[in-house]
Ligand binder design. Structure first.
Ligand SMILES: Nc1ncnc2c1ncn2[C@@H]1O[C@H](COP(=O)(O)OP(=O)(O)O)[C@@H](O)[C@H]1O
Ligand SMILES: [Mg+2]
Length: 486
């Protein structure tokens, strides 16, 4: 990336080496002891945890931009809710994509079958995370950034409800240790975990069977276990009656069935709410069994997070379609809201075999460094960046390109900081970092009614300025939290 603007840091840097080593050792232990941890991929044991990579001190983020992202979240929630319930829009938007992308086609197929057979449950639970980055590209701007832009909206498995607030906790500890307790007031409160879990509890209440459970759909091995378990523990703590079960899609296929009223039954348990922390990538469906399980759950009376239409609303193709002229007006009535949401989109381009799609293809070949190429996938590691784009595009035929979208590369400002990772035996170095802010939103409702809609905390992920992607579980990113600059 060619980012050059630098955000001022919250404390004078560098930190002298002796202090740095001492506070790093302490902070690592503090992290493990407070559940800021993951299972190791390189040295896996189900019985052991490593601390999750984190940035030692909070990264600066302009207060005004932070607040505007927070304030917009209920509008994003409402937008995604409307999109999810617009059958015609989803069908037209995904029509070309599903011809060439099997995974999206499978999801769409579940959607079509449920539409044909009738939804067992009208209410959906949306636990969304809108990911944004500051943008510096605007020329002649005296500030280090000019605005923020949306990277994507996640409608499935929006993680870090625990690790988001926990990042603030470990960094507050470090700030205090370094003698900067007075600055903690500039680190915004973060109620992500309670906000998200309260959405699940509310849905459980709406379901209306005090004996029913909440089901987490999980992978065979969960590396990001603390994040998930803290959701479970919070729920049990707030509502001792509510049991949380964890099952893979394969287990649901084997153990699950529908009752006479379309109740989802797992052994003797009736399921009130299904929270998908897996099911967003092809590997989670090793056979038709898992797709059958997904379909059975979609047909059931359980309230899904997400329901299949919400899942489809979160595809990159839908995001690209929403950025087209006059599209937002279909979903939002207030012209001011339309204008504000439009401003957060960066350039998004279809690559299907149309005049516009072919023009975007040519543009990507000419100036690839301006873009990122994205397939309909979640979970990190799937995108193609800059100079790698032409080769990738040339390998596809015109029809296959419809599985992808093209997006302007956002260029966030740099901040300086220390990234602390497990197994790093040396003193951390002061490095150039860039951050991505995620704002959580909770929305519950059906096609006619929104029962609740609120913003629920945030998370910040930070990576080396030279890295393309910054997933924390995926390996390159680190937990962080914002320090608000006035
Ligand atoms: N337009 C963009 N500009 C800069 N970085 C981007 C852009 N789009 C994605 N990224 C980087 O790639 C990561 C993954 O992309 P994303 O669209 O969020 O896909 P995924 O669904 O795999 O998370 C982001 O977290 C961000 O670090
Ligand atoms: Mg993402």
């Amino acid at each position: 990336m060619t980012t050059t603007s630098v955000l001022e840091s919250c404390i004078p840097l560098p930190i002298d080496k002796g202090t740095l080593l001492e506070v790093t050792e302490k902070a690592k232990d503090w992290a493990i002891m407070h559940g800021i941890a993951m299972r190791s991929k390189t040295n896996f044991s189900p019985d052991a945890l490593n601390f999750a990579p984190f940035i030692l001190i909070p990264s600066s983020f302009p207060r005004k931009e932070f607040e505007s992202a927070v304030n917009l979240q209920t509008v994003i929630n409402q937008l995604m809710h409307s999109v999810a319930h617009d059958e015609e829009f989803l069908t037209t938007t995904l029509a070309e994509t599903i011809k060439v992308d099997d995974f999206t086609a499978n999801l769409f197929n579940v959607y079509k079958k449920v539409l044909a057979n009738g939804f067992g449950q009208r209410i959906s639970l949306g636990l969304l995370r809108s990911d944004v980055m500051l943008e510096t590209k605007c020329k002649n701007n005296p500030r280090a950034y000019s605005s923020w832009k949306q990277v994507e909206v996640n409608t499935i498995a929006s993680g870090f409800g625990h690790l988001g607030p926990a990042s603030k906790a470990v960094q507050s500890f470090v700030m205090r240790e370094l003698g900067h307790a007075d600055k903690i007031k500039n680190m915004p409160d973060n109620n992500a975990l309670s906000g998200i879990c309260d959405g699940m509890i509310k849905s459980w209440e709406l379901y209306g069977n005090p004996g029913a459970v909440i089901l987490f759909i999980v992978e065979v091995i969960t590396y990001n276990i603390c994040d998930q378990r803290f959701h479970e523990f919070y729920i049990r703590d707030q509502c001792p009656k509510v049991q949380v079960l964890r099952r893979t899609l394969t287990q649901v296929f084997k153990e699950g069935k529908l009752g006479s009223n379309k109740e989802l039954l797992l052994g003797e348990h009736e399921v009130a709410v299904i929270y998908f922390r897996a099911g967003y990538e092809p590997a989670h469906y090793p056979s038709q069994d898992e797709w059958d399980a997904r379909y059975m759950m979609e047909c059931s009376r359980a309230i899904k997070c997400p329901s299949i239409h919400y899942h489809l609303a979160g595809t990159k193709k839908v995001q690209q379609a929403l950025a087209q002229p006059a599209m937002l007006e279909r979903f939002l009535n207030d012209p001011e809201q339309v204008k504000t949401v439009k401003e957060i989109f960066t350039g998004l381009y279809a690559l299907d075999d149309t005049e516009a799609g072919n023009a975007a293809y040519e543009m990507a070949l000419q100036e690839p460094e301006r873009f990122v190429l994205k397939p309909q996938r979640e979970g990190g590691g799937n995108n193609i960046y800059g100079v790698d784009i032409p080769d990738a595009l040339r390998k596809m035929n015109r029809v296959e390109r419809a599985a992808w979208i093209l997006m302007d590369l956002i260029q966030p400002p740099i901040s300086k900081g220390y990234m602390i990772r497990p197994d790093n035996k040396y003193a951390p170095e002061l490095v150039d970092l860039v951050s991505e802010l995620g704002i959580f939103g909770v929305i519950i409702g059906d096609v006619d009614n929104i029962i609740c809609n609120y913003q629920a905390g945030h998370m910040l992920r930070t990576k080396l300025s030279t890295a393309n992607e910054g997933g924390v579980a995926a390996g390159l990113g680190a937990l962080d939290s914002p320090y608000l600059l006035d």
